[in-house]
Design a binder for this molecule. Structure first.
Ligand SMILES: Nc1nc2c(c(=O)[nH]1)N[C@@H](CN(C=O)c1ccc(C(=O)N[C@@H](CCC(=O)O)C(=O)O)cc1)CN2
Length: 281
């Protein structure tokens, strides 16, 4: 058996095209503001890509780029102004922030109704309670990819490796909401390979290059690799040893070109959802 590749670039492009069609029919443009603080080079690329994708789909998108020396109080004042601006439907504060600014303070300052990252504790709590709300973009994208791959979720055993607030925990909640039996594994999990071998769905979100080996994958499992790790050689690899996993998995996401492109597409999906909800449309 060789796994089918789950083409995140293609799924993301279809999702963005569908959003563009819906926005063209609205007669108004949902507003998105991405706030970037400082000069982290990778953030520069991601923020430019978000703005480009948003404009192409018909959003009124802008980037607020603040200097590295911006204080936490200044950032919070900026967010408060965006919260109060009726033309702004979605606000995203690009992470990482400079070390002198607490990410939790910035996340909690965003109006939960405009929190298109889905990171605010109100949205995290709604997700954990099974209530509707804005869902973090990367896990939302991973769920689209599982659906596109035809993965049966009801009754399936799923393992999420990684317990971060922005990927692991919300991913586990989404899988639970889809009636999976979910294990959340982490650095202290005993017998991680054994836990993984029981899983029909594997979501690796641990940030360690190729940590999940091929023989950890149950034959026929669907593997979603959220990791994006740059090796010293410059090569990008995921958290799963991709070539080793191919003969075991039924379907697998590549890195690059898997979950990554879905993050931006789902940001746009969240922004449209936030705009429709805020405007009662
Ligand atoms: N406020 C947020 N900050 C960050 C988030 C986030 O969701 N919200 N996620 C990441 C960065 N990120 C978007 O912001 C992001 C990362 C990667 C990709 C992507 O498409 N990756 C490509 C490979 C890119 C490369 O060549 O380097 C892929 O996987 O194919 C999109 C968005 C941290 N910050």
């Amino acid at each position: 058996m060789t796994a089918t590749l789950i083409d995140g670039k293609a799924v993301a492009a279809r999702l963005r095209a569908g959003l563009a069609t819906r926005i063209a029919g609205l007669g108004w443009a949902p507003g998105l503001v991405v706030v970037r603080v400082g000069e982290d080079p990778a953030s520069g690329v991601y923020v430019r890509n978000k703005d480009k994708a948003a404009r192409e789909a018909g959003f009124a998108s802008r980037t607020r780029h603040l200097p590295e020396a911006t204080t936490e109080a200044e950032l919070l004042a900026e967010i408060a102004a965006l919260n109060a601006d009726p033309a702004v439907d979605g606000i995203l504060v690009q992470l990482p922030l400079p070390a002198h600014i607490r990410a939790e303070a910035a996340i909690e300052a965003v109006d939960p109704a405009k929190d298109v990252d889905g990171f605010h504790p109100v949205n995290a709590g709604r997700l954990a309670s099974g209530l509707p709300g804005l869902v973090p973009c990367t896990p939302r994208g991973a769920m689209h990819l599982l659906a596109g791959a035809g993965a049966t979720l009801r009754g399936a055993r799923a393992i999420v490796i990684g317990r971060s607030q922005i990927v692991g925990r919300p991913m586990a909640q989404l899988l639970l909401g889809a009636d999976c039996t979910v294990t959340i594994a982490h650095s202290r999990t005993a017998d991680l390979p054994g836990e993984c071998r029981r899983a029909d769905i594997v979501v690796a979100a641990v940030g360690r290059p190729e940590m999940v080996r091929g023989d950890w994958i149950k034959p026929g499992a669907v593997v979603i690799d959220v990791g994006i790790n740059r090796l010293e050689s410059g090569k990008l690899v995921g958290d799963v040893a991709f070539t080793e996993a191919l003969p075991h998995a039924r379907a697998i996401t590549p890195v690059p070109g898997g979950v990554g492109p879905m993050t931006i597409a789902c940001l746009l999906e969240n922004t449209l959802e936030a705009a429709l909800a805020r405007r009662g449309a």
